[in-house]
Design a protein around this ligand. Sequence first.
Ligand SMILES: [Zn+2]
Ligand SMILES: [Zn+2]
Length: 130
Amino acid sequence: MQCPHDHSALEYRQKENVVGHVCKACQGIFLTAKGVKWFKLNYETDVLAAIPKDCLVVKSAICCPNCNSTMSLVNVDGIEIDVCKHCTGIWFDLDEVAKIIERYGSNKGQEKEGWDVLGDVLSWLIGIGL
Ligand SMILES: [Zn+2]
Ligand SMILES: [Zn+2]
């Protein structure tokens, strides 16, 4: 798989059931459908379903690293993520990862679900969480 921005090879990361693909060049992160499914199973939160229905969706400038479909740019509360409606993969740019970690990362109490967990997972994927 290649980074949709700079075409560097994405690096596969796995820890327990968490799977992610990280670009070493721009530190973007791609979660495949498997990664998204993991959230659903473990936290009963579907990351895609958790996205509010009324958030802004526009056609993204990038193509899915997994299936090459044009992704959809979704604005969730000021955070822009690229969602592939074809294979349900999700791409996060470094800026957006930083926002998610800042807003939903750890040390926000014990009750964790959905986006909170996502913040922790993304910080782990780019290697700053542990
Ligand atoms: Zn990249
Ligand atoms: Zn896709």
